[in-house]
Design a protein around this ligand. Structure first.
Ligand code: HEC
Length: 147
């Protein structure tokens, strides 16, 4: 029983320092492009805050070239960023960013061209009817075969 506690405590200490190390890397390396909390500001750099940890970890692993092979995911930037990261570092980084709150921002570069009311008056092929086909059946157009 006593030994179990010692092992558990050692594990907790190891986890804590791996987490500290990851946080240090995040602040010193990744923050430049992904912002300190992963809510990247520039559109070219994906937001990584609040993503699923396993997803982030897989992306980081895929960016890293394994034993002389090409990385599964190629990125001139990220392939270099992960080159010196260990599996533990990637796990810690993934956990760190997964724990950050994602701050949604308006989609960049997209401009609304129609007024919000316009689709109501449009025919079957308009955006309004396309949207309604995912909604309740009551809102299907009257020409629908199943109405
Ligand atoms: C010089 C800028 C820059 C730095 C520094 C940087 N990244 Fe990136 N990161 C990018 C860009 C650009 C992409 C998009 C790559 C692509 O898809 O081609 C990316 C993609 C990612 C992705 C994949 C996101 C997704 O949803 O597909 C993760 C995870 C990531 N970065 C984590 C990190 C971590 C962790 C660090 C620090 C070790 C880091 N990045 C440092 C620019 C950067």
């Amino acid at each position: 029983m006593k030994r179990a506690w010692v092992v558990a405590a050692a594990f907790l200490v190891a986890t804590a320092s791996a987490q500290d190390k990851a946080q240090g890397i995040a602040g010193q390396v990744c923050a430049a492009c992904h912002a300190p909390d992963g809510n990247s500001v520039a559109a070219a750099n994906p937001k990584i805050a609040g993503q699923i940890a396993e997803y982030l970890q897989k992306q980081l692993r895929d960016f890293k070239a394994q034993s002389g092979k090409k990385p599964l995911r190629e990125s001139a930037i990220m392939n270099g960023m992960v080159a010196n990261l260990s599996d533990d570092d990637m796990k810690g980084l993934a956990a760190f960013y997964a724990g950050q709150a994602q701050k949604p921002a308006a989609a960049a570069g997209i401009q609304r061209t129609e007024s919000p009311r316009a689709p109501v008056a449009m025919g079957r092929r308009g955006p309004a009817s396309r949207r309604s086909s995912h909604g309740s059946r009551a809102s299907l157009p009257s020409t629908s075969p199943r109405s």
